[in-house]
Design a protein. Structure first.
Length: 279
């Protein structure tokens, strides 16, 4: 009984401490930077994904599945998303090079402050060199795009096998999106920080982060309806909603790290390269 009280008290204490850290000035600055660069990077990434989806044999079915996955990852503005995908697919081939350049630039603005935020939680050495950070950011964005396409393929397969069973198809959409988010969280925790984060810790953090992000989705959608952003921002309301959602999502990433502290003392990247075990 005493052990249960201790565990409960430890969890509440950790949650209280996590809340204080999430409200700190440093984390607020970094998560706001992530949110802004997310908006800069999102539509070029969607343009590349939409163009690639159009080239696949399934054609329009792939675009529909992509929209279904996006609707799970961005739980609002489905009509605006559908219109954006349709427009992006039309001009995709003409603007793919410019989109890739924007992705390279914008992705570093997402993952560099994310590295700084996770280093504040887990401790870390000096920041990576400029080009190393950009290369890692682009690689993470590429991985995210490939995972999104994999999630689309899984959604297509579920819809094909579940014809006549709309409930099964809807479950397939949600399951593939949840799997995608969990893997992304795990990769972020495993690769982005400047400390040696072992797989066990990254898995725990991914469970906390993905669960918090999933819960935040429902709360965000409810609150978004109460805020009535179109009355204040007019046609810009969807873009403002995206920035707010990116901010909430970045807080979920930091929260996952706060709830899965490193057991051993933090090791710098130099120590990791010298022979730290990444297993």
């Amino acid at each position: 009984m005493a052990g249960r009280r201790t565990a409960s008290g430890g969890l509440l204490s950790r949650l209280w401490s996590a809340g204080g850290t999430l409200l700190s000035r440093d984390i607020a600055v970094l998560t706001n930077a992530i949110a802004f660069n997310f908006l800069l990077c999102l539509f070029p990434l969607l343009l590349v994904l939409a163009g690639f989806a159009q080239r696949l044999p399934a054609g329009s079915r792939t675009s529909t599945a992509l929209l279904g996955v996006l609707s799970e990852l961005i739980p609002f503005g489905q009509q605006a998303l559908a219109a954006s995908l349709k427009s992006l697919a039309r001009y995709g081939r003409e603007m793919e090079i410019a989109s890739l350049l924007l992705i390279v630039w914008g992705s570093s603005g997402i993952f560099m402050p994310m590295e700084m935020a996770l280093n504040k939680v887990w401790g870390g050495g000096p920041p990576r060199a400029f080009w190393k950070s950009r290369t890692l950011a682009f690689a993470m964005t590429l991985l995210g795009g490939l995972l999104a396409l994999g999630s689309v393929a899984l959604t297509l397969a579920t819809r094909t096998w579940g014809k006549g069973y709309p409930t099964l198809a809807g479950f397939g959409n949600k399951a593939s999106a949840m799997l995608l988010s969990f893997i992304l969280f795990f990769l972020i925790y495993r690769l982005i920080p400047g400390v040696d984060v072992r797989s066990r810790v990254a898995l725990r953090a991914a469970l906390w982060g993905a669960a918090a992000w999933e819960a935040a989705k429902y709360g965000f959608v409810i609150q978004l309806g109460r805020m009535n952003l179109p009355a204040f921002y007019g046609p810009l309301a969807f873009a403002v909603s995206l920035v707010l959602w990116a901010y909430v999502s970045s807080l979920a990433v930091v929260f996952g790290a706060l709830m899965a502290p490193l057991r051993a003392g933090p090791a710098s990247r130099g120590g990791r390269a010298a022979g730290g075990d990444r297993g």
